[in-house]
Design a protein around this ligand. Structure first.
Ligand code: SF4
Ligand code: SF4
Length: 277
């Protein structure tokens, strides 16, 4: 049961099925049943939010140890089959083995034909129920983010990206699987996850979540790091015994200038001053 998911269910609905019913039994691990119920609730919420009337996705749970288990199953399936909703618009795309890609193809087809998006005031985004959302955005606290880009390295889905020519954090919402790795990686605690399904075209396009001014080396003016990152580092190390006076000022220099400063500063103690060779 746990090997199927929303990609397959939506593909079935877009291939002519009116309703998908998944049977869960007391023999299945409760965690599997809960995960499937959450995913089914999200899939149904999206269909309803897009204006497709009726219940297209349904889960039936049966206690197989009950003496009348078969009779209950029969009744549940009869009920599920009794009032089928209208079929969804037939899809004309090839389903791939990549679950996320298949889900995206099905979602795009549903968006293209969604009755609610043809209304005078279409919704901008849909709220998603359940504990493990499949789509969503990330919110970055501008007061905390230093644009260190650790979250970019942590993101397994290519949703977070750096920017080639300036310190800026970019995001493609379509790619975000709400795994939370960016949130747990951020050293500043600047990221919050926000489950939702954005319905506008912006969902597929990169947007800047946060950007910082580059820091200019106080010796040669070459840009390195960001103003927020350097100021945060200076604030954290200001009281440290190893970073007083010249050493603290050196943190404001690029790596080349730090070396030059160490070797040209007459106040700097060197290993050769002690007579060791
Ligand atoms: S959100 Fe956190 S990890 Fe990402 S760039 Fe900002 S400070 Fe760094
Ligand atoms: S929640 Fe996961 S997929 Fe989304 S941006 Fe963060 S790391 Fe990337």
């Amino acid at each position: 049961m746990a090997s199927v998911g929303l990609d397959l269910w939506w593909a079935a609905l877009l291939s002519g099925a009116h309703r998908v019913v998944v049977l869960g039994t007391s023999a299945d691990a409760p965690q599997y049943r809960q995960a499937l119920a959450d995913q089914m609730a999200q899939g149904q919420a999206v269909l309803s939010g897009l204006g497709y009337a009726g219940v297209h996705l349904q889960m039936v749970s049966i206690d197989t140890t009950a003496p009348d288990a078969l009779a209950r199953l029969d009744a549940a399936l009869q009920a599920a089959a009794s009032t089928p909703p209208a079929a969804l618009p037939t899809g004309r795309f090839a389903i791939t083995n990549d679950k996320r890609a298949a889900l995206e193809l099905a979602l795009q087809h549903l968006l293209d034909h969604a009755p609610s998006l043809r209304a005078a005031t279409p919704p901008e985004a849909l709220a998603l129920p359940g504990a493990a959302p499949l789509w969503g955005t990330v919110q970055v606290d501008a007061a905390k983010c230093t644009t260190c880009l650790s979250c970019v390295s942590a993101c397994p889905a290519g949703a977070l990206m750096d920017t080639a020519d300036r310190p800026a954090l970019r995001f493609i919402e379509k790619n975000c699987v709400q795994c939370g790795l960016c949130q747990s990686t951020c050293p500043e605690g600047a990221i919050e996850l926000a489950p939702r399904l954005l319905l506008s075209r912006e969902r597929r396009e990169p947007r800047v979540l946060h950007e910082s001014k580059p820091w200019a080396c106080i010796r040669c003016s070459k840009p390195f790091g960001t103003v927020q990152a350097i100021e945060a580092m200076l604030g954290k190390l200001a009281g440290h015994a190893m970073f007083q006076g010249d050493a603290l000022e050196r943190l404001k220099m690029c790596s080349d200038c730090r070396v030059v400063d160490i070797y040209s500063n007459p106040n700097e103690s060197r290993i050769t001053d002690s007579g060791l060779h």
